[in-house]
Design a binder for this molecule. Structure first.
Ligand SMILES: [Zn+2]
Length: 229
């Protein structure tokens, strides 16, 4: 089901939950609402309409932000690493590309004629190395705590999801963009995907497992998804 609010599509998703939640998700500002299973479509629509100014405000905020693909990787742009903001300083070299963090600067060394796409590819791989190092450290910690083990894991750039878990192959995928967020966001996603190994759905059992292992997970989820309440 989908509701249109001033030309903005709002995806409705019914779940085994107690309260309605409205989200505007990065990176594109996609709007979705989750509602309790027994709530009528009219009541959901009424709720969403009552939040129309909130929705418009937050969607606009996303549209005002430069999307990753539109970045040019020139000095003055901002870059987030583990939740901290850095200002990009581009310098030219003839050797290897490099990205070094120093104070609040992210010093990117690239070839002068390189395109935004080539710089983007380099920065993505830089994030990947950073993320892989943290996953290698944090995944065993959560596997031990939950006594759940995945068979393999990999990182990739995803537009709409922070992580996925294939319960058949027991493989976990983690979004490269997690390296831009606070490290606790990565821990939250790791735990979430591990729990899918024993519970596929986001049902009451899943939520209570989340509560057991990470009582403050809702706060982190809000941070991750730009959700206000
Ligand atoms: Zn999930």
């Amino acid at each position: 089901m989908q509701i249109m609010i001033s030309g903005i599509p709002v995806e409705v998703c019914k779940k085994d939950i107690k309260n309605m939640h409205l989200y505007v998700k990065p990176p594109n500002g996609k709007v979705s609402v989750s509602a309790p299973l027994n709530m009528s479509d009219e009541a959901i629509e009424r709720f969403v309409r009552s939040k129309s100014s909130w929705i418009k405000k937050h969607v606009n905020k996303f549209e005002g932000q430069p999307h990753k693909s539109q970045r040019e990787y020139v000095s003055g742009e901002t870059l987030y690493v583990w939740g901290k903001q850095y200002f990009l300083q581009v310098q030219y070299g003839t050797g290897k590309n490099m990205l070094v963090l120093s104070g609040d600067k992210a010093i990117l060394t690239v070839r002068k004629g390189s395109t935004a796409k080539q710089r983007d590819n380099f920065v993505k791989e830089w994030y990947r190395e950073l993320l892989k190092r943290e996953v290698a450290r944090l995944l065993p910690k959560w596997e031990e705590l939950t006594r759940l083990n995945c068979d393999s894991w990999q990182t990739k750039y995803m537009k709409t999801r922070w992580g996925t878990c294939n319960t058949v192959t027991r493989k976990i995928w983690l979004n490269l963009q997690l390296a831009q967020k606070n490290p606790e966001c990565l821990e939250y996603v790791i735990l979430h995907e591990l729990l899918h190994l024993i519970e596929k759905n986001h049902n009451a059992r899943f939520l209570s497992l989340m509560d057991t292992y990470m009582p403050y997970w809702r706060q982190i989820k809000r941070q991750l998804n730009g959700q206000d309440y």
